[in-house]
Structures are given as structure tokens and as C-alpha cells.
Design a protein. Sequence first.
Length: 489
Amino acid sequence: MTSSNSNNTTNIETNYIVSKSSDRLSTTSKTEETMTNTSDVDEKEQEDGKENQEQNDGTPKASAINDNSNNDHPLKIGDYDMDYLIERATKKIDKRTSDWDVLNHSLDVPKLSIKEIEMGRFLGEGGFFKVHEIQKITLDKSAADDTSESEARELEELQDMTSRICSDDKGSGVGSALIVQDRRFMEKNCCRPSQSGGKLNCRYAIKMMKKGALSDPGLFVNTLVDMAIEAKFLSSLRHPNIIKMRGISTDFIAAGADSFIILDRLYQTLTERIASWKDKKENGFGFVFDFRGKKSKAFLAERLTVAFDVANALEYLHDRNIIYRDLKPDNLGFDVRGDVKLFDFGLATEFDKEKHGSYKLTGDTGTIRYMAPEVAMEQSYTEKADVYSFGILLWQIMSLETPYGKLHGGKIEYSVCHLGLRPKLDPSWPPSVLKLLEDCFARNPPRRPSMEVICTLLQREANSLADKKIRDEEWMDKSKTAQSERYFE
């Protein structure tokens, strides 16, 4: 679905892809095995191969970097060779993902060298990643290309052709025959004219490691692992409200600090969109002159439609046994058409739906303001932790306020987990939305609704407010729609 205001977002710089929130307890350096501040690379001296945990406190250690005058990146970090650290990262990636069913290991993703990419404006940074828009792609003509000339022309002509899906035995919709944009298409279509004419809009963004990740061997390993996990997820997921990965670096992961991923460029985060909604509301938006309330209803329908799209993306993930674990406005963005996209899969993980009850996963993972109580208290949890986070997000979309106001960190955790604090509900909101929020906020996870139920309710409520209905086939199984979406747009 397309949200309104898409024409107003093309010149807005955003910090998408990376989180700047001070409330995020588990930064991009935190993975399943990183629960303490000890360094993983200490196991170089351990022959038994046991996994240790890496330092992830984010404290720079400038003295640990041994600069090499011939390269942008050091050959060693502290006492450890770069090749050894890359090997450690590769082992951690394999260990974390070896039993995941969703990953499509055979999907061929276009690969580019950093020398083929001309970076444009800096878009943002956070954790140990930074993001730039891609201004131009110039392929190395001497390198072997992905396709023949005729195949490249065919891909260009078939921009409206649907992605071909070879579903696996579980019907997950993940297959190896997905059509992806090839290198030549990306080179020719790196930018496109804006709707207003004149300035070109960049289609792609590059996400890469910051130099700060090279300050400590454990941080470097964890940052590389998080990038690989995100790439593995995004190469296997196809949904209109999940950001698309368009390519990766040549020798991905093996290239170490030169590894990167190429994503669709976004133009506004949900955080920024909520701020603009709030300004619109506070400036009147003509509500007082509209006695029938049509503008007010349309305004609410617009916000509920965005919430519906987010819920649909989460339903898609949960159907594939994936918990997102870091839902918040900073991790949702809008593309040039105004479609909302979920991004930053560094903390996502797969769970075993065949097992009954909850699962022992890494606790204290995500952003405390949106974190479910069971996660904050490091208890076992299920995909219902995402449902709680969605409830907080929905409250923010409805109220246009920051959850828990000026409270931060430990005060939020104590108040939510031990005092039962929840955001205050506005009785003027639709009764069905109020009931949904109460259910999402439930302390007992099984009492929280599924994302499927949430999608149904939001679709019904948005349709009751808007002139333009959300199509039944769109909400009934948007994941199937995703399998036949126009991937090249």
C-alpha cells in the first residue's frame, strides 16, 4: 500500500538503516553469544574450540589499531591478524545460522566492488554502521558479468514482470529462482527522475562498517556477523513492506571491513513521519472547519494503514518462524513512493515453532522503550514479544507521542516490568483499537493476539474510516502478493 505525503519526502535526509536511539540496549554488536564483555578472540589460544563471548560495550580502543600505511584498514586489530578475525566471524555466522530453515543459500545476489560505486550524500550512522546513498555505479568492464547482453536487455524490459518463486516443502515462499536485479540493470538505473522533475532520485544506498568497529577485535567480529545475518535474511525474504537487498560486496565477509550491502534508498523514517503527523495535527489541519470529520477520519485512516502494513510485514516474518526483536519507528522507513519498509535485521532470529511454549533466546535484546517485559527480564519468550513491541508502536502512531515520555533506561524497565506501567490510552480512540492495545500490552504473552488477528482488525478499522478500501486480497495474504510483486520498481 502507498501512504500519503510520498511527494514530500524526496528531499529529506534520514538516518535509516541504523539506529541512533540511546534506549537500545543491544547494539549491532550484540548477537546470540554476546552476553558479557569478554573478547571472543581470546579463544585463539584455546585449542578445544569452545565459544567465548566478545566485548560489546562499544568503548573505542584507539591503541588497539595497528594502521597499515598501504591500506584504508589495518592488517591487525590488537594482537590479532585480520584473516584470523574474519575466520572467527565466519565460524560464528555458520554456528548461528546452521539450523535456520528460512535462509535461501542458493540465491544469487549481484556482487559489486567498492571501486564500482560512487557514493553520494551521507544518510546516517549508528552502532558500528554508516549509510551513504549511491550516486553512480560504473561497472568494471573487464570483470565477468552476471548476464549476457540479451539477458540484461530482457531484465530491463521486464521491470513489471513478477518474481518467480520456487516454494520449499513448507510453502514458505522462499526459493532459488527469484529474479533479482543484475549488475547492468543497477548501473543503468542507479538514479531516476523525481516526480517533480529536475533532480534525480538515487535508488540505492550502501551500508558499510564504520572505522569505530576496527577499534576492538570483538567489536569487529560482531559487526561482521551482524552484517552477514542481515544479508542472509534479506536475500531470502520477499515482502512489499520489507526493505530489499539489491547486492553485496565482492568476497562478502571475506573482504572484512570492506564488506557492504546495497539496499533500496529510503527517504524518511517513521520517527520523522510521526513528527510531521504531529505538526499537522497541532497546526489544525482544517479539522475545526470540517464539521463532518472527514479530514480527521482520513488522517487516522492514513496512520492505521501504515500500522497495517507494518503488522503485515511482522505476520510474514512470524509465518516463517522469524522474530524481529527490535521493532521501533527508527527501524521503519518510507521509500520514494511512500511505502513503509521494515529494515535493520541485525537482531532478527529464527525460532522453532514445532516446540511448544517459549524459547530460550538472548534476553535484553532490542530497545527498552519498545521491549516486552519478558525480554527485558531475560526470560524465555516467543514471537509474542514482537506483538508487545507492535502495541507500543501502534500507541505511538495513534498518540503521536513518545512512549513513556521523558523516562529512560532503567526507569522504564523497572516501571514496566515491576510496576505494570503501560502507555496511557485515549478514550476517544476507536474501541476496537483500544481493546487491541490492551491485549498487546498483556503481561502474559499467550494473551496477546497474533499478528494475523491484528492485521484483520486494522484492515477493518481503516476501511471504516477511509474512502479507499484496503483490498481484501491484500490483507488476507499479503505475503502471496509479495511473491508476485513488481520487484524491479
